[in-house]
Design a protein around this ligand. Structure first.
Ligand SMILES: [Zn+2]
Length: 403
């Protein structure tokens, strides 16, 4: 059993210890100390990082984990001999951040219980943000805001956070927010004065003021309830800073105040939609004019129209094919476009004997594209950059000869 120094002091970053075991674990060196301030990953809180100094040499600790025998394994890049005296230094910036996020979670979970009786069923601490999963059918934005406010009030009140070790039988009578599933010996209780009492093996602040602040982020439905994303302490400041920078950038694009950005975006979207409609109408008119001109130039029956449009896209030639084949006289249109993804459209006025779908399959397969359709209307696309203008033109000519 490793003596867990962090159980009694979350702000102890430096300590001396002795290596009691050292072995190879899948190419990494695993070190067991008689005592440690390094926190191993558990209960949703991630492990510490830091250094061990042995015989004047610094060894980076890259991961810390619990094993089943109550030992804490410190993983390092290089080995240390059993019996070596070492000095341990925990990365204080990382630890302080974890302590803020983790204690913030205690406060937030307690706030959701007190206000809405929504228990926390799981906690996850990520690189950027943390989440708790609440056991509830739903959580409104107003409820989330209330919980955020209560949590921040408890932070502002700077309530002392105590650590107690209590036998299980006694702990049962104390009405804890959460009891661990299996437990032998005394329970370690974390007591946020007159607000939250729970069993926990993690690292915590001395008083709630050290959490700094809690900022709720995304709220989403998950299988077991509702997931609430949040950030505490300096993470909350950094997140708010990033949000503001993003909003400022967006506001500058609109030359507006940041609070007017949603209204400006709504306006832009409405304008874009209207412009899209106008463009489609103009495109239809253009296709109509093109159709009239092409039909006037084409002789024979059926009239065969073969045309390549290097600067037009698939939508335009589709519209044109519809206009060309919508009349009473027999027309076969073999069209290609070069803008965007090179596209072919073959169409005929209904009731003729050719099969456009088949022609399309034959033509498009030569250039490695995909396509098909009905006997009267077929479309095919080629991967961008695979067909030049000349290839497309000659493909249309070749198909026309087969008619
Ligand atoms: Zn805790």
């Amino acid at each position: 059993m490793t003596d867990r120094l962090y159980y009694h002091d979350s702000f102890l970053y430096d300590f001396d210890a002795r290596v009691v075991e050292a072995f190879d674990s899948n190419g990494r060196s695993a070190i067991v100390l008689d005592r440690t301030a390094f926190y191993p990953t558990s209960g949703g809180q991630v492990h510490d990082l830091g250094m061990l100094t042995a015989d004047g040499q610094q060894i980076a600790i890259t991961e810390v984990a619990d094993d089943e025998d109550g030992r804490i394994l410190h993983f390092a890049a290089s080995p240390v001999a059993t019996g070596t005296q070492v000095h341990g230094s925990v990365d204080a910036v990382r630890r302080r951040d974890h302590v803020q996020q983790h204690t913030g979670q205690h406060v937030l979970s307690a706030a959701f219980i007190r206000l809405f009786n929504m228990p926390t069923v799981s906690f996850h601490m990520g690189q950027e943000s943390c989440t708790i999963d609440l056991e509830t059918a739903g959580l409104s934005f107003a409820q989330a805001q209330k919980a955020e406010l209560l949590a921040n009030e408890v932070i502002a009140e700077d309530r002392p956070v105590g650590i107690r070790f209590v036998p299980l039988e006694e702990a049962r009578k104390l009405g804890l927010r959460k009891l661990p599933p299996k437990q032998t010996g005394d329970l370690r209780l974390i007591d946020i004065t007159n607000f939250d009492l729970t069993a926990c093996g993690g690292t915590h602040v001395r008083a709630t003021g050290q959490i700094g602040s809690i900022l709720l982020r995304k709220i989403e439905k998950v299988k077991q309830g509702v997931r609430v994303e949040f950030v505490c302490g300096l993470r909350a400041v950094n997140t708010a800073r990033r949000d503001y920078t993003t909003l400022t950038e967006a506001a500058a694009l609109y030359s507006s105040h940041i609070y007017d950005v949603p209204e400006q975006v709504r306006k832009s979207l409405a304008e874009a939609k209207a412009a899209g409609k106008t463009q489609h109408k103009l495109l239809e008119e253009l296709a109509e004019l093109y159709a009239e001109r092409l039909l006037a130039q084409a002789a024979g029956s059926p009239q065969i129209i073969t045309q390549f449009f290097p600067d037009r896209d698939a939508l335009f030639i589709k519209l044109l094919a519809q206009k060309l084949t919508a009349g009473k006289s027999a027309v076969i249109a073999l069209l290609a476009s070069g803008a965007g993804q090179p596209t072919l459209v073959f169409a005929q006025t209904p009731g003729q004997k050719s099969n456009m779908g088949q022609f399309m399959k034959d033509a498009i397969s030569q250039l490695g594209g995909r396509g098909g359709g009905s006997a009267d209307m077929a479309q095919g696309g080629l991967p961008t950059g695979t067909a030049d203008d000349e290839k497309l033109k000659s493909l249309l000519q070749e198909t026309a000869r087969k008619l």
